[in-house]
Design a protein around this ligand. Structure first.
Ligand code: 3PY
Ligand code: ZN
Length: 613
């Protein structure tokens, strides 16, 4: 077949006998045809996926179904949606209407926390966009759709090769009626340690401008000064602000340092910031029903007017019981438990879409076999739990997961038995993996701290870039780690101590490097994730925008002889058929170059890629 193609006169006249993928793109560029250039990048993408496997890193095994996802039928819903109230009356009135509302309200986390905790945050925008209009109708009564922030931003750029801002804008257009909610890692923004204050203000303003409604602000150490600074930025940006406390340990255990009075003190401070809503976030799912009842009742009686939003995970299997306890204790309603107004028919229809999607993304599914009360011991947050399990499984060592969990417990104690949510949970996780890989025990770390090369996140934590633990850093470990790293510890709020970023200058610099298409939201991505953003732009120049390619053709190679139609972001869709693959040259091991032959819109084309398989 290959011979046949090579002899085809039409193929020869295309003139694509260039050697490498980059040359193919250059050639198309030289011809001054941007559409041709876009097609060439697309073919390079399919060629690379065929030879080297999916470009969405982290897939273990194959999708369990490659069928087109079936969409539900549209339902009616006469409810106007809470976003109308917000747009008409503003955040404060919105919060007060929420509080007065006689029914419990629901926040759906499928697009953010659920896919982060179950599918390694790999769900692509195109698949969210498909179900978005139905979600806007079926969830019309919902308080919010949590859809952004947390790991979604980083993973979109790093692994999905797509722009998280474009996701926000796309979904916003498709969901005009239900409020959108995001997470903010207090003064870290969406990054892993503090960002300068002026940038935090710029970023949160951009988030609102691009369609965000509600920002839940949490801090990986429950550091009130961090929280206050971040909340002020979000209020200035015009968002509805949820101030969150992170629930850790077992509040009713007298030995636990995170006691009821610890949380109530924190909440007193948060109320003073002017945040519209209080959130209790049990990111690992360790808040037991009885503790939840005590905590929510105490907050409710102290602050009768402020809405309370509870978030938990079902890691130990007690999530539902905890939620019911919170409702009974007065979370987010007028004092009497009342059923939410959820449209079950609509929700069920959407659920069937997600069940199919889960098969498509099966290679990223953490495949939790059921609840595991071990979480009460290790307290690993939901998103991180599956991430660490996944990594342990990828290493293929049966005992690795058990060891990682034990090391996580030891690492948490070494860092001071801290609150654990991004970025502090990452510091604990990185230290745990470092201990497993280097066969270090708790005592080894303490004894050899002056000579160990600790992970960067651990050094950032000890430096004070993630805030201050409420009972101080453990010594002498902190001093030893910082001395070894040549850094000085910071006291007080970190983002105020960082030099402001000249946002215009960054913008000009990025334009000089990547061209005039760079926008202010690109600047935000770059500031928080400089390397990842640069890699993303390099990816675009090699493979183009892959955002609209159907996921079944992104997670699995094309079949020979099957013609598919691929929509492109700029320009009309293109018909692509995979025709032939050059065999690996005899005797040559990878890396080598191989050419793949296609028909695109009826014309023979080729793309040459490095075989790294
Ligand atoms: C994140 O920041 O990614 C979280 O999920 C925190 O719970
Ligand atoms: Zn969560």
């Amino acid at each position: 077949l290959l011979q046949h193609i090579l002899q085809d006169p039409r193929f020869r006249t295309q003139g694509f006998f260039t050697r490498s993928l980059d040359n193919d793109v250059l050639l198309a560029k030289a011809k001054g045809n941007t559409q041709d250039e876009a097609h060439q990048k697309l073919l390079s993408f399919f060629a690379d996926t065929l030879i080297n496997g999916t470009q969405i890193q982290g897939q273990v095994g194959n999708p369990e179904s490659l069928h087109e996802l079936e969409l539900p039928t549209v339902q009616d819903n006469s409810h106007p949606g809470w976003r109308k109230v917000l747009l008409a009356d503003g955040p404060a009135a919105f919060a007060s209407e929420i509080r007065k509302h006689p029914h419990i309200l629901v926040s759906d986390t499928t697009w953010r926390d659920a896919q982060q905790s179950i599918l390694a945050t790999r769900v692509r925008t195109v698949d969210l966009a498909k179900i978005a209009p139905y979600t806007d109708v079926a969830y019309r009564h919902a308080y919010s759709l949590e859809c952004w922030g947390g790991a979604t931003f980083d993973v979109a750029l790093r692994f999905l090769h797509e722009d998280p801002w474009e996701r926000l804008r796309t979904l916003r257009k498709l969901v005009p009626n239900v409020p959108f909610q995001m997470l903010l890692r207090s003064v870290s923004g969406l990054a892993y340690s503090a960002v300068p204050h002026n940038f935090l203000e710029f970023f949160t303003a951009q988030a609102v401008k691009n369609g965000m409604d509600i920002i839940r602000v949490f801090d990986g150490l429950n550091d009130l000064s961090n929280l206050s600074v971040a909340i002020a930025a979000c209020l200035k940006a015009g968002a509805v602000v949820e101030a969150a406390i992170l629930y850790t340990g077992d509040m009713l255990d007298p030995g636990c340092k995170y006691s009821l009075s610890y949380y109530l003190n924190l909440i007193d401070g948060l109320v003073l910031t002017g945040a519209h809503i209080l959130a209790i976030k049990s990111m690992s799912g360790v808040m037991k029903p009885e503790a939840a009842k005590v905590l929510v009742s105490a907050v409710r009686s102290r602050y009768p007017d402020i809405p309370i939003h509870v978030h938990t995970h079902d890691a130990a299997g007690t999530g539902v019981a905890t939620m019911l306890a919170c409702v009974e204790a007065g979370a987010d309603l007028m004092g009497r438990a009342s059923e939410p107004e959820v449209r079950l028919d609509g929700v069920r229809a959407i659920d069937s879409y997600w069940a199919q999607l889960r098969l498509l993304y099966a290679g990223f599914d953490a495949k939790l076999s059921g609840p595991d009360p071990d979480v009460y011991l290790h307290e690993i947050p939901g998103g991180q739990l599956t991430n660490l399990m996944f990594q342990a499984r990828e290493l293929g060592l049966g005992s690795q997961w058990k060891e990682t969990k034990a090391a996580f417990v030891a690492a948490n104690l070494l860092l001071g038995d801290i609150i654990k949510a991004t970025p502090t949970s990452k510091a604990v996780g990185d230290l745990a993996q470092f201990m497993v890989n280097s066969h270090l025990t708790y005592d080894d770390v303490l004894a050899r701290a002056d000579s160990l090369n600790f992970p960067d996140s651990v050094i950032d934590y000890f430096q004070g870039l993630m805030g201050q633990p409420f009972d101080g850093f453990p010594e002498p470990l902190r001093t030893k780690v910082l001395t070894r790293a040549g850094r000085a510890g910071m006291a007080g709020q970190a983002s105020a101590q960082l030099s402001p970023i000249d946002i215009n200058q960054e913008w000009q610099r990025l334009r000089a490097k990547h061209g005039d298409s760079i926008t202010e939201t690109d600047v935000c991505s770059y500031v928080m994730f400089p390397e990842v953003f640069t890699q993303y732009r390099d990816y675009l120049s090699r493979f183009g925008d892959i955002g609209l390619i159907p996921t079944q053709h992104v997670l699995a190679p094309l079949n020979f002889g099957q013609e598919i139609t691929v929509p492109l972001t700029d320009g009309p869709s293109v018909r692509v058929e995979l025709i032939a693959l050059q065999p690996r040259p005899e005797g040559e091991d990878p890396p080598t170059e191989r050419t793949v032959f296609f028909r695109a819109n009826g014309e023979y084309r080729q793309a040459t890629v490095h075989d790294l398989s």
